[in-house]
Design a protein around this ligand. Structure first.
Ligand SMILES: CC(C)(COP(=O)(O)OP(=O)(O)OC[C@H]1O[C@@H](n2cnc3c(N)ncnc32)[C@H](O)[C@@H]1OP(=O)(O)O)[C@@H](O)C(=O)NCCC(=O)NCCS
Length: 174
């Protein structure tokens, strides 16, 4: 039987890379002077969404965030640096890896504080999922993440299906 070959354009990872830097201000901190987890989550989502937007040139929505750990506090006055890059595109969704670092302005110390894989879905003007360009991995690291993204996606979708079954089995409590 003749296979249908889809002709979808591709883009390299470096075409959509993002680096964002902000200084941590008191308004974004808890009483100990450490940045709030919610603020970090917000910045992760923004950095990842810009990558997804640049890659697809469509409106994108966040559909899933893989587990997110906060390994070290980032203190008021330090820099929070976010590096985001696309790992792989599927049919209408893309996976973006976001790494978070702190930089101490006085000592120059830099260390990674979090990382997350965020999945975005591209939508058309009617709000329906729409096909996205493929990712062309170039470097050995990009090729590794490209392969791993498929494994993560399988686990992610299986976990989502299990969780959704649990949600819908139960009535909303009164
Ligand atoms: C994203 C959304 C449009 C997907 O709708 P849907 O009916 O599941 O659409 P589809 O089944 O066609 O799935 C679309 C894509 O989402 C992916 N997807 C769906 N649920 C997913 C999940 N939990 N994790 C990862 N990807 C998921 C599908 O695999 C598919 O990707 P693919 O085409 O690359 O294979 C819909 O769930 C939505 O609008 N969610 C709310 C998004 C939002 O508002 N986010 C902001 C925070 S609330």
């Amino acid at each position: 039987m003749k296979k249908t070959v889809r002709n979808r354009s591709g883009k390299t990872v470096s075409e959509s890379n993002v680096e964002m830097v902000e200084v941590v201000l008191p308004n974004d901190a808890n009483p100990l002077g450490n940045i709030l987890g919610g603020k970090v989550m917000h910045l992760i989502d923004i950095a990842g969404a810009i990558v997804a937007h640049r890659h697809t040139r469509k409106v994108v929505v966040t559909v899933s965030v893989d587990n997110l750990d906060f390994l070290h506090p980032i203190r008021v006055g330090q820099l929070i640096i976010l590096r985001a890059q696309i790992t792989r595109a599927f049919r209408t969704s893309v996976e973006v890896a976001v790494k978070v670092y702190l930089e101490d302005l006085l000592t120059g110390e830099r260390r990674q504080t979090s990382s997350a894989f965020v999945t975005y879905v591209a939508l058309d003007s009617e709000g329906r999922p729409v096909e996205v360009p493929q990712v062309i991995p170039v470097t050995p690291d990009e090729k590794y993440e490209y392969r791993q993204a498929l494994v993560r996606r399988r686990h992610r979708l299986a976990a989502a299906a299990r969780a959704h079954r649990r949600y819908f089995e139960k009535q909303m409590p009164k």
